[in-house]
Structure formats: C-alpha cells, structure tokens
Design a protein around this ligand. Sequence first.
Ligand code: THU
Length: 146
Amino acid sequence: MEYRELVIRALKKLPDSYVPYSHFHVAAALLSEDDTVFEGINIENASYTPTVCAERTAFFKAVSEGYRNFKAIAIVGCNEDALSSDKYKINLEIPAFTPPCGVCRQVMREFASPDEFEIILAKSPDDYKVYKLKELLPESFGPEFL
Ligand code: THU
C-alpha cells in the first residue's frame, strides 16, 4: 500500500476521536505485514490518566486480532478549529505534524523492528515525512533483551 493511502486513512479518521477534555484529535493508521490497516483514535477519560493515544488504540486493536508484525504507522493530529476548517473538509489538510508520545514509541518497539518500521507524520495526503522507529527511539529496550 502507498503511504499516501495510509495517510488518507488516518486523516479521515480524525473526527472519530473521543476528546472532550483536550479537544485535540489524533488518529493513526497502522499497516500490518500483510497490508491490513488498523485505524486508531485517542480516547480520553474524565479521570484523565486512563486516556489512550491513537497509536496505542491502533496497535492494541491489531494485536488483539492476532497480528504481530507491522510495517508502518501514519499519525495525524489537530485541534477542533482545524478539523472544522475548509482546508480539512475539502483537502484533508491540517496545520502541523503530530509526533508520537514516548509511551507509544515504546509500544511500537514491542511489535516492530527499530531498523525497519516506519513512522509517517502527516499534514495532508501529499505532505508527510517518514522516520524509522530507531530515529525516534534510539538505543531502545525491547523483547530480545529478556
Ligand atoms: N495523543 C495521542 O493520541 N497520541 C500522541 O502520541 C500524543 C498525544 C493524545 C492524548 C490526548 O488525548 C491528546 O492527544 C492530548 O494530549
């Protein structure tokens, strides 16, 4: 699958985020080894700490369906003003890149190769940048240490 398509899957998922507290929408589209796509959104909570990020929602959906190997994840995020703008509605454009939090990077590390897994940060279907997991999580600790 083209990364452009994966980015579009994430961008289209943004309105589904459950964000009554931060009002910051995040969505992710996770590409498995066999090209199955799992979408995820951030899910907040009145007690705040149980909030789950979009990336982890996507990973946990996939892992709970038996998937273990992944190629890439596209991540997008924006506030509600951006989501209600014509730029988003017409062109799927948002103002800024949203990098994954540290906890999500570590969850990726559990199920993905630091040298191969790619993290795609996007502002539109045609404006995205691609990092290897090891670039965003250097000298990481993973399953093979145990
Ligand atoms: N958030 C994500 O979903 N992914 C990240 O990697 C960064 C933060 C969410 C959590 C919370 O719902 C909102 O963004 C503001 O922190």
